[in-house]
Design a protein around this ligand. Sequence first.
Ligand SMILES: [Zn+2]
Ligand SMILES: [Zn+2]
Length: 299
Amino acid sequence: MLLKCSGWACMRLISVSKARGGNPVAVNDPEHFAIEFMICEDCGDNFCDLCHAPGTRFRAPRCASCGGRLAPGKRLEQLSGRPRPPAVEHLRRGVELVESERPEDALAELGEAIRLRPEYAAAHYWRGGALVQLDRGAEAVDAFENALRHNPSNVDALYEKAGAFARMERIEDAIDAYDRTIALQPGFPAAHLNRAVLVLDQDRDAEALAAADHVLALLTAGRTRGGSTYDAASAHSIKGAALVKLGRFAEALPFIDYAIDNGLDSWNDYYNKAYALDRLGRTEEADLARGISDSLREA
Ligand SMILES: [Zn+2]
Ligand SMILES: [Zn+2]
């Protein structure tokens, strides 16, 4: 049997086997499989041996999500099917409600989870998510900070806090929060890319260019963590935009074209393309790109 690890962006599968010493395939491939793991006695999340806190001789390690006690993986059978504490049930419903974009109802469930268990990091985090949906940015920032107080390594809470600051146009605070996110998870493409968009807006063009190049290098080296489908396209888009702003028009075009071919349709990419082509005297092609940009912008 294979279980998912609940550690942040952990791609290792937890192999549970009756075989002595563990499933041999898993034992021989520790990059992709874990044999040793722990289970949260309360929320039931599993954590591979690289993802849970160590704990001490006198105190069992705690679950990063709910603060519950972690038990050794060999107790899996014994712990499965056990009823969840009410706080965990409220969280589960709260998450479902956030995901189906019913933030008001979600707040009620998550508030109850927090009332029952004030140290519930995941409940604070999801409460932040509901507040973001309601456009209550300042309160969302507070919620993410509460999540971080109970779980300082909560990458998502830091990342979402940065996004909330950016939407409130508190740009320096947003950049600072992205910096902290990157310090925690240097391979997280979205943190680098969103930060780069902000610094590009601040006319820190060379810095944005360096950030885009850095993400492209991480992708090439396979050293990203928590990546998503459009990271490469976004990095090309930002690199193209930065090169245009730096007046390096011919150099910018292939990066913009890559973003157009591999990313989501963005008026901005076509706009940058039109601008670069104009400056290179390629008026007809520029008009074509501008037409597409305008129609995407209106859509
Ligand atoms: Zn837990
Ligand atoms: Zn893990």
